[in-house]
Design a protein around this ligand. Structure first.
Ligand code: ATP
Length: 355
């Protein structure tokens, strides 16, 4: 029987509640289906590790992850540690170390979820946003000089490479081609950013020729926010740079009902390294330890992980169980206006799977 080796990295805050919940659901699912197994290993990296060791994860941490089939990640963020340390020291170290260059975020209004878009039926909002995940505004290029003096200068330089842009736009076209609507929107800002974003646009035209069955359009990132609210059904697959994608996917998650629901895959499409799956939300220290964390974003991330592992039937089974739970308002957590706890939702999903 196939055994998948999964690294679990709960990280900080509610990551420590939702990742064990995801592990439990995956274990129950594998036991129920009986056709594959999971071998989980948990790595307690994050803020507490930083306090004890002065780093968010060990210097050789990537070596320990390299042989895994996939990674289930919670969140990185701690109110007592600067955000750039928690982000660069753990999540980005893994994403960049394993060249997970496509950050893939599906958005749908799940059954039973009351989404804020009043002019929209749930079928109108079914998007998948691909965020470039290895360079752009998050390339880490820049610096500060004359710190604290009136002459201080600070720069963050956005870096786009032809290789980096071609591969993510090609990935997005391929993904669009696999979906029923076969439509891609390329998000840009080439009116104001007149070098790298112009190259981005040119590469989109070039790659589009490889995909004659995909229709596509181009949208400025500011106009895209309005289009997501006003014309959701005109959107199918989207590709955007690292920062644009970051912002648009938070908006997408909120439009679909809650930040607690949305999933992410940090994918290495070439499968040289393990890909990493995580809920879109952060560590949410305000609700940590209270049992209020909505685990649905993690469960949906597990669905993406199963699809990536090639276990498509298991992915469908888990997604159906998730929607049976969201359909039942008594199983909504506080972010959705309900009173259910993380454990209530987890147990409900497990018992639906067992049935
Ligand atoms: P970070 O700094 O790690 O990004 P954050 O606390 O600034 O974390 P998020 O965790 O992304 O930001 O979310 C903002 C707010 O949304 C949280 O403070 C929390 O109240 C709510 N929230 C986020 N995720 C969930 C969830 N899974 N369940 C319930 N509420 C959530």
């Amino acid at each position: 029987m196939k055994t998948y080796k999964i690294a679990c990295i709960p990280g900080d805050g509610i990551g420590q509640e939702v990742v064990p919940a995801g592990e439990e659901v995956l274990r129950v699912l594998a036991e129920h289906l009986g056709s594959f197994k999971f071998d989980f290993e948990t790595f307690k990296w994050g803020g507490d590790w930083y306090r004890a060791h002065g780093e968010m994860m060990p210097a050789d941490g990537l070596e320990a992850l390299k042989s895994k089939d996939a990674i289930l990640f919670g969140s990185a963020g701690d109110p007592h540690i600067p955000d750039h340390i928690t982000l660069w020291g753990l999540r980005l170290k893994i994403c960049q170390g394993f060249d997970q260059y496509a950050n893939v975020r599906p958005t749908k209004i799940l059954r039973g979820i009351d989404a804020p878009l009043k002019r929209c039926e749930s079928k109108d909002l079914d998007w998948i946003i691909v965020r470039e995940n290895s360079e752009g505004e998050y390339a880490g290029v820049g610096g500060r000089v004359h710190q604290g003096h009136p002459t201080e200068v600070a720069t963050d330089v956005s870096v786009l490479t032809r290789v980096g842009v071609e591969r993510v736009i090609r990935y997005a076209f391929k993904l669009a081609q696999s979906r029923p609507k076969k439509h891609l929107t390329v998000v840009t800002k080439s009116n104001a950013q007149r070098h790298a974003m112009v190259m981005w646009d040119e590469i989109a035209v070039q790659i589009s020729k490889e995909f004659p069955t995909v229709t596509w359009d181009k949208e400025l990132v500011d106009a895209m926010t309005a289009r997501m609210v006003n014309r959701p059904s005109s959107i199918d697959t989207v590709v955007a740079t690292n920062l644009h994608g970051d912002i648009l996917t938070d908006l997408a998650a909120a439009l679909a009902g809650s930040l607690g629901i949305a999933p992410t895959g940090n994918i290495d499409p070439e499968r040289r390294y393990p890909s990493m799956f995580e809920p879109i939300h952060g560590s949410a220290f305000d609700i940590m330890g209270k049992g209020l964390a909505n685990p649905v974003g993690t469960f949906w991330s597990c669905v993406m992980m199963l699809d990536h592992l090639g276990e498509h039937q298991a992915a469908i089974t888990l997604m159906n169980a998730i929607e049976s739970v969201t359909e039942n308002k008594s199983l909504h957590t506080r972010d959705l206006g309900g009173q259910a706890t993380t454990i209530d939702v987890t147990q409900a999903i497990c018992s639906i799977i067992k049935k």
